[in-house]
Write a protein that binds this ligand. Structure first.
Ligand code: KG4
Ligand code: ZN
Length: 335
Protein backbone atom coordinates (compact mmCIF):
# COMPACT_ATOMS: atom_id res chain seq x y z
CA UNK A 1 0.00 0.00 0.00
CA UNK A 2 1.28 3.51 -0.85
CA UNK A 3 0.19 6.33 1.46
CA UNK A 4 0.59 10.10 1.39
CA UNK A 5 1.02 11.58 4.90
CA UNK A 6 0.19 15.21 5.69
CA UNK A 7 1.36 16.91 8.90
CA UNK A 8 0.34 20.48 9.69
CA UNK A 9 -0.63 20.52 13.36
CA UNK A 10 1.66 23.41 14.24
CA UNK A 11 4.07 25.44 12.13
CA UNK A 12 5.73 22.89 9.83
CA UNK A 13 4.02 21.90 6.59
CA UNK A 14 5.22 18.35 6.00
CA UNK A 15 4.25 15.76 3.41
CA UNK A 16 5.69 12.30 2.78
CA UNK A 17 5.03 9.27 0.58
CA UNK A 18 5.47 5.83 2.15
CA UNK A 19 5.47 2.37 0.62
CA UNK A 20 4.31 0.02 3.36
CA UNK A 21 4.57 1.02 7.03
CA UNK A 22 8.30 1.90 7.01
CA UNK A 23 9.74 2.63 3.58
CA UNK A 24 9.89 6.39 3.01
CA UNK A 25 9.84 7.22 -0.72
CA UNK A 26 9.94 11.00 -0.16
CA UNK A 27 9.63 13.48 2.68
CA UNK A 28 9.22 17.23 2.22
CA UNK A 29 9.21 19.69 5.12
CA UNK A 30 8.51 23.41 4.68
CA UNK A 31 9.68 25.07 7.89
CA UNK A 32 8.01 28.31 8.94
CA UNK A 33 10.75 29.26 11.42
CA UNK A 34 11.65 32.42 9.49
CA UNK A 35 8.06 33.70 9.73
CA UNK A 36 7.78 33.18 13.50
CA UNK A 37 11.37 34.04 14.50
CA UNK A 38 10.72 37.72 15.15
CA UNK A 39 7.89 36.82 17.57
CA UNK A 40 10.10 34.13 19.19
CA UNK A 41 7.25 31.64 19.16
CA UNK A 42 4.60 30.27 16.82
CA UNK A 43 1.84 32.76 15.90
CA UNK A 44 -1.19 30.49 15.18
CA UNK A 45 -2.79 32.76 12.57
CA UNK A 46 0.46 33.08 10.62
CA UNK A 47 0.97 29.30 10.80
CA UNK A 48 -2.47 28.55 9.31
CA UNK A 49 -2.05 31.16 6.55
CA UNK A 50 1.39 29.84 5.60
CA UNK A 51 -0.02 26.29 5.39
CA UNK A 52 -2.53 27.58 2.84
CA UNK A 53 0.41 28.68 0.68
CA UNK A 54 2.82 25.77 1.15
CA UNK A 55 0.82 22.58 1.71
CA UNK A 56 -0.39 21.90 -1.85
CA UNK A 57 3.03 22.58 -3.44
CA UNK A 58 4.55 20.27 -0.79
CA UNK A 59 2.14 17.49 -1.84
CA UNK A 60 3.20 17.87 -5.49
CA UNK A 61 6.88 18.02 -4.51
CA UNK A 62 6.56 14.82 -2.43
CA UNK A 63 4.84 12.98 -5.31
CA UNK A 64 7.48 14.19 -7.80
CA UNK A 65 10.36 13.15 -5.54
CA UNK A 66 8.78 9.71 -5.13
CA UNK A 67 8.32 9.59 -8.94
CA UNK A 68 4.63 8.78 -8.46
CA UNK A 69 1.33 10.27 -9.54
CA UNK A 70 -1.92 10.56 -7.53
CA UNK A 71 -3.24 7.40 -9.23
CA UNK A 72 -0.50 5.38 -7.45
CA UNK A 73 -1.77 6.32 -3.97
CA UNK A 74 -4.03 4.04 -1.91
CA UNK A 75 -4.96 6.60 0.77
CA UNK A 76 -4.10 9.94 2.35
CA UNK A 77 -3.35 10.21 6.09
CA UNK A 78 -3.48 13.46 8.04
CA UNK A 79 -2.83 14.50 11.68
CA UNK A 80 -6.13 15.63 13.16
CA UNK A 81 -5.29 16.09 16.88
CA UNK A 82 -3.91 17.68 18.99
CA UNK A 83 -2.76 20.94 17.41
CA UNK A 84 -3.46 24.55 16.55
CA UNK A 85 -7.00 24.61 15.28
CA UNK A 86 -6.33 26.82 12.23
CA UNK A 87 -3.39 24.65 11.19
CA UNK A 88 -5.45 21.46 11.67
CA UNK A 89 -8.24 22.91 9.53
CA UNK A 90 -5.95 23.66 6.60
CA UNK A 91 -4.31 20.20 6.80
CA UNK A 92 -7.60 18.30 7.02
CA UNK A 93 -9.31 20.37 4.31
CA UNK A 94 -6.34 19.81 1.98
CA UNK A 95 -6.22 16.06 2.70
CA UNK A 96 -9.98 15.55 2.35
CA UNK A 97 -10.25 17.61 -0.85
CA UNK A 98 -7.40 15.70 -2.51
CA UNK A 99 -8.82 12.35 -1.37
CA UNK A 100 -12.22 13.26 -2.82
CA UNK A 101 -10.71 14.44 -6.10
CA UNK A 102 -8.47 11.36 -6.41
CA UNK A 103 -11.14 8.87 -5.28
CA UNK A 104 -9.17 7.44 -2.34
CA UNK A 105 -9.87 7.33 1.43
CA UNK A 106 -8.66 10.00 3.86
CA UNK A 107 -7.61 8.78 7.33
CA UNK A 108 -7.09 10.87 10.46
CA UNK A 109 -4.45 10.02 13.09
CA UNK A 110 -3.23 11.42 16.41
CA UNK A 111 -0.10 13.57 16.07
CA UNK A 112 1.40 12.29 19.37
CA UNK A 113 0.85 8.64 18.42
CA UNK A 114 2.47 9.48 15.06
CA UNK A 115 5.54 10.89 16.88
CA UNK A 116 5.75 7.64 18.90
CA UNK A 117 5.53 5.66 15.66
CA UNK A 118 8.41 7.72 14.15
CA UNK A 119 10.87 5.53 16.10
CA UNK A 120 9.78 2.62 13.87
CA UNK A 121 10.71 4.38 10.63
CA UNK A 122 14.14 2.77 10.86
CA UNK A 123 12.66 -0.70 11.57
CA UNK A 124 9.87 -2.38 13.54
CA UNK A 125 10.14 -2.35 17.34
CA UNK A 126 8.90 -5.02 19.74
CA UNK A 127 6.01 -4.18 22.10
CA UNK A 128 5.66 -3.18 24.85
CA UNK A 129 7.97 -0.21 25.03
CA UNK A 130 8.12 3.03 26.96
CA UNK A 131 7.86 6.22 24.89
CA UNK A 132 8.90 9.72 25.81
CA UNK A 133 7.39 12.45 23.63
CA UNK A 134 9.42 15.63 24.11
CA UNK A 135 8.48 18.47 21.80
CA UNK A 136 7.71 22.18 21.88
CA UNK A 137 4.17 21.59 23.12
CA UNK A 138 4.33 18.25 24.94
CA UNK A 139 6.35 16.22 27.42
CA UNK A 140 4.64 12.89 27.92
CA UNK A 141 5.77 9.49 29.16
CA UNK A 142 3.78 6.57 27.76
CA UNK A 143 3.50 2.81 27.98
CA UNK A 144 2.99 1.57 24.43
CA UNK A 145 1.56 -1.92 23.86
CA UNK A 146 0.42 -1.38 20.23
CA UNK A 147 0.42 1.54 17.74
CA UNK A 148 -3.04 2.47 19.03
CA UNK A 149 -2.61 1.52 22.70
CA UNK A 150 -0.73 4.30 24.47
CA UNK A 151 -1.22 4.73 28.21
CA UNK A 152 -0.12 8.05 29.74
CA UNK A 153 2.26 7.44 32.68
CA UNK A 154 3.32 11.02 33.16
CA UNK A 155 3.49 14.51 31.76
CA UNK A 156 4.72 17.98 32.51
CA UNK A 157 3.05 20.01 35.22
CA UNK A 158 4.12 23.27 33.57
CA UNK A 159 6.38 23.99 30.57
CA UNK A 160 7.11 21.38 27.91
CA UNK A 161 10.81 20.52 27.64
CA UNK A 162 11.19 22.08 24.15
CA UNK A 163 9.39 25.18 25.42
CA UNK A 164 11.98 25.51 28.23
CA UNK A 165 14.79 25.28 25.63
CA UNK A 166 13.02 27.97 23.57
CA UNK A 167 12.53 30.29 26.57
CA UNK A 168 16.10 29.91 27.88
CA UNK A 169 17.39 30.56 24.35
CA UNK A 170 15.25 33.69 24.13
CA UNK A 171 16.74 34.94 27.41
CA UNK A 172 20.24 34.25 26.08
CA UNK A 173 19.54 36.16 22.86
CA UNK A 174 19.85 33.01 20.72
CA UNK A 175 17.79 32.53 17.56
CA UNK A 176 14.39 30.79 17.43
CA UNK A 177 13.79 27.85 17.70
CA UNK A 178 15.94 27.68 20.79
CA UNK A 179 16.57 23.91 21.03
CA UNK A 180 19.01 23.60 18.12
CA UNK A 181 20.70 26.91 19.12
CA UNK A 182 21.33 25.74 22.72
CA UNK A 183 22.44 22.32 21.48
CA UNK A 184 25.02 23.97 19.21
CA UNK A 185 26.31 26.47 21.80
CA UNK A 186 26.50 23.80 24.54
CA UNK A 187 28.99 21.74 22.53
CA UNK A 188 31.76 24.08 23.69
CA UNK A 189 30.44 24.50 27.22
CA UNK A 190 31.19 22.96 30.60
CA UNK A 191 28.03 21.32 31.95
CA UNK A 192 29.41 21.51 35.52
CA UNK A 193 29.82 25.31 35.47
CA UNK A 194 26.36 25.79 37.04
CA UNK A 195 24.78 23.38 39.49
CA UNK A 196 21.12 23.99 38.72
CA UNK A 197 18.51 22.37 40.99
CA UNK A 198 17.29 18.87 40.18
CA UNK A 199 13.55 18.81 39.82
CA UNK A 200 11.72 16.47 42.12
CA UNK A 201 8.02 16.58 41.49
CA UNK A 202 5.22 14.58 42.97
CA UNK A 203 1.87 14.57 41.24
CA UNK A 204 -1.47 13.15 42.32
CA UNK A 205 -2.24 12.72 38.65
CA UNK A 206 0.71 10.71 37.40
CA UNK A 207 3.39 8.39 38.82
CA UNK A 208 6.03 10.03 36.57
CA UNK A 209 5.64 13.80 36.34
CA UNK A 210 7.97 16.44 34.92
CA UNK A 211 8.50 20.11 35.67
CA UNK A 212 10.69 22.49 33.70
CA UNK A 213 9.56 25.92 34.85
CA UNK A 214 11.69 25.87 38.04
CA UNK A 215 14.82 25.06 36.03
CA UNK A 216 13.92 27.71 33.45
CA UNK A 217 13.41 30.32 36.21
CA UNK A 218 16.70 29.33 37.88
CA UNK A 219 18.55 29.86 34.57
CA UNK A 220 16.83 33.10 33.66
CA UNK A 221 16.54 34.87 37.02
CA UNK A 222 19.00 33.27 39.43
CA UNK A 223 21.87 31.83 37.44
CA UNK A 224 24.49 33.63 39.60
CA UNK A 225 23.21 31.70 42.64
CA UNK A 226 24.03 28.36 41.02
CA UNK A 227 27.31 29.34 39.36
CA UNK A 228 30.20 27.08 40.42
CA UNK A 229 32.86 28.12 37.89
CA UNK A 230 34.49 31.53 37.86
CA UNK A 231 34.11 33.45 34.61
CA UNK A 232 31.53 31.04 33.21
CA UNK A 233 30.64 31.62 29.55
CA UNK A 234 27.26 31.55 27.75
CA UNK A 235 28.32 28.14 26.38
CA UNK A 236 28.74 26.93 29.98
CA UNK A 237 25.26 28.22 30.85
CA UNK A 238 23.72 26.49 27.82
CA UNK A 239 25.53 23.22 28.61
CA UNK A 240 24.55 23.28 32.31
CA UNK A 241 20.88 23.94 31.53
CA UNK A 242 20.83 21.31 28.79
CA UNK A 243 22.46 18.69 31.04
CA UNK A 244 19.79 19.14 33.72
CA UNK A 245 16.85 19.21 31.30
CA UNK A 246 18.01 16.07 29.54
CA UNK A 247 18.93 14.39 32.82
CA UNK A 248 15.31 14.75 33.94
CA UNK A 249 13.96 13.29 30.70
CA UNK A 250 16.28 10.30 30.78
CA UNK A 251 15.92 9.79 34.55
CA UNK A 252 12.12 9.54 34.53
CA UNK A 253 12.13 7.31 31.45
CA UNK A 254 14.72 4.95 33.01
CA UNK A 255 12.65 4.81 36.18
CA UNK A 256 9.50 3.87 34.26
CA UNK A 257 11.42 1.13 32.39
CA UNK A 258 12.71 -0.27 35.69
CA UNK A 259 9.40 -0.07 37.58
CA UNK A 260 7.40 -1.63 34.75
CA UNK A 261 10.04 -4.19 33.81
CA UNK A 262 10.17 -2.95 30.22
CA UNK A 263 13.73 -2.95 28.81
CA UNK A 264 13.30 -0.60 25.83
CA UNK A 265 12.31 3.02 25.40
CA UNK A 266 11.88 5.38 22.48
CA UNK A 267 12.36 9.14 22.61
CA UNK A 268 10.56 11.14 19.94
CA UNK A 269 9.57 14.74 19.17
CA UNK A 270 11.80 17.74 18.49
CA UNK A 271 13.95 17.41 21.63
CA UNK A 272 14.99 13.89 20.54
CA UNK A 273 17.15 15.67 17.92
CA UNK A 274 19.39 16.91 20.75
CA UNK A 275 22.97 15.74 20.21
CA UNK A 276 23.83 15.40 23.91
CA UNK A 277 20.69 13.34 24.53
CA UNK A 278 21.58 11.12 21.57
CA UNK A 279 25.11 10.60 22.91
CA UNK A 280 23.93 9.77 26.44
CA UNK A 281 21.40 7.21 25.15
CA UNK A 282 24.05 5.53 22.98
CA UNK A 283 26.32 5.10 25.99
CA UNK A 284 23.62 3.92 28.44
CA UNK A 285 23.72 0.21 29.35
CA UNK A 286 20.56 0.40 31.49
CA UNK A 287 17.95 0.79 28.74
CA UNK A 288 17.67 -0.21 25.06
CA UNK A 289 17.07 3.26 23.65
CA UNK A 290 15.60 3.72 20.20
CA UNK A 291 15.46 7.16 18.61
CA UNK A 292 14.00 8.07 15.22
CA UNK A 293 16.34 9.05 12.39
CA UNK A 294 17.16 12.77 12.87
CA UNK A 295 14.97 13.80 9.93
CA UNK A 296 11.93 12.34 11.70
CA UNK A 297 12.54 13.75 15.19
CA UNK A 298 10.74 16.99 14.44
CA UNK A 299 7.33 17.16 12.74
CA UNK A 300 7.16 15.19 9.47
CA UNK A 301 4.66 13.48 7.16
CA UNK A 302 6.36 10.06 7.22
CA UNK A 303 5.33 9.33 10.82
CA UNK A 304 1.70 10.17 9.93
CA UNK A 305 1.57 7.87 6.90
CA UNK A 306 3.47 5.13 8.78
CA UNK A 307 1.10 5.15 11.74
CA UNK A 308 -1.98 5.18 9.46
CA UNK A 309 -0.56 2.15 7.63
CA UNK A 310 0.09 0.30 10.90
CA UNK A 311 -3.45 1.06 12.14
CA UNK A 312 -4.97 -0.13 8.87
CA UNK A 313 -2.95 -3.35 9.10
CA UNK A 314 -4.31 -3.89 12.62
CA UNK A 315 -7.86 -3.60 11.29
CA UNK A 316 -8.61 -0.40 13.23
CA UNK A 317 -11.96 1.02 12.07
CA UNK A 318 -13.19 4.61 11.98
CA UNK A 319 -9.98 6.10 10.54
CA UNK A 320 -12.08 8.03 8.02
CA UNK A 321 -13.99 9.87 10.80
CA UNK A 322 -12.12 13.16 10.78
CA UNK A 323 -12.79 15.36 13.81
CA UNK A 324 -10.29 18.07 14.62
CA UNK A 325 -9.33 18.53 18.27
CA UNK A 326 -6.90 21.07 19.77
CA UNK A 327 -6.18 18.72 22.70
CA UNK A 328 -5.76 14.99 23.17
CA UNK A 329 -9.32 13.94 24.07
CA UNK A 330 -8.53 11.64 27.03
CA UNK A 331 -6.59 12.24 30.30
CA UNK A 332 -5.15 8.71 30.50
CA UNK A 333 -4.68 7.59 26.92
CA UNK A 334 -3.54 8.95 23.59
CA UNK A 335 -6.62 8.62 21.36
O1 KG4 B 1 8.19 18.02 17.58
P1 KG4 B 1 8.48 19.43 17.18
O2 KG4 B 1 9.13 19.66 15.84
O3 KG4 B 1 7.19 20.30 17.15
C1 KG4 B 1 6.20 20.24 18.13
O4 KG4 B 1 5.27 19.39 17.96
O5 KG4 B 1 6.34 21.01 19.11
O6 KG4 B 1 9.39 20.05 18.37
C2 KG4 B 1 9.86 21.38 18.36
C3 KG4 B 1 10.65 21.62 19.65
C4 KG4 B 1 11.08 23.06 19.84
O7 KG4 B 1 10.79 23.47 21.16
C5 KG4 B 1 12.58 23.01 19.59
O8 KG4 B 1 13.31 24.00 20.29
C6 KG4 B 1 12.92 21.61 20.09
O9 KG4 B 1 11.84 20.81 19.65
N1 KG4 B 1 14.17 21.11 19.50
C7 KG4 B 1 15.28 20.81 20.23
C8 KG4 B 1 16.29 20.46 19.30
N2 KG4 B 1 15.76 20.53 18.03
C9 KG4 B 1 14.45 20.93 18.18
N3 KG4 B 1 15.50 20.83 21.56
C10 KG4 B 1 16.73 20.49 22.00
N4 KG4 B 1 17.76 20.17 21.17
C11 KG4 B 1 17.58 20.13 19.83
N5 KG4 B 1 18.60 19.80 19.02
ZN1 ZN C 1 5.17 17.44 16.93
Amino acid sequence: MILLGIESTCDDAAVAVLHGPQKVLSSVIHSQDAFHAKYRGVVPEIAARRHLVTLLPAVHEALNLAKLSPGDLNAIAVSTRPGLVGSLLVGAATAQSLALAWGIPCWGVNHLAAHVYSAQLSGPLPYPHIALVASGGHTLLLKVTAPNDLLILGGTLDDACGEAFDKVAKYMGLPYPGGPAIDELARNGDARAYDFPRMQVKSELWPYAFSFSGLKTAVIHQSARFQKKKEATPADLAASFQERAIGVLLGQTRLACKDLGIPRAVIVGGVSANSRLRLLTREDPQVEWCLPPLAYSTDNGAMVAGLAHALFDLGVTGLENISLLPRNPHPERIL
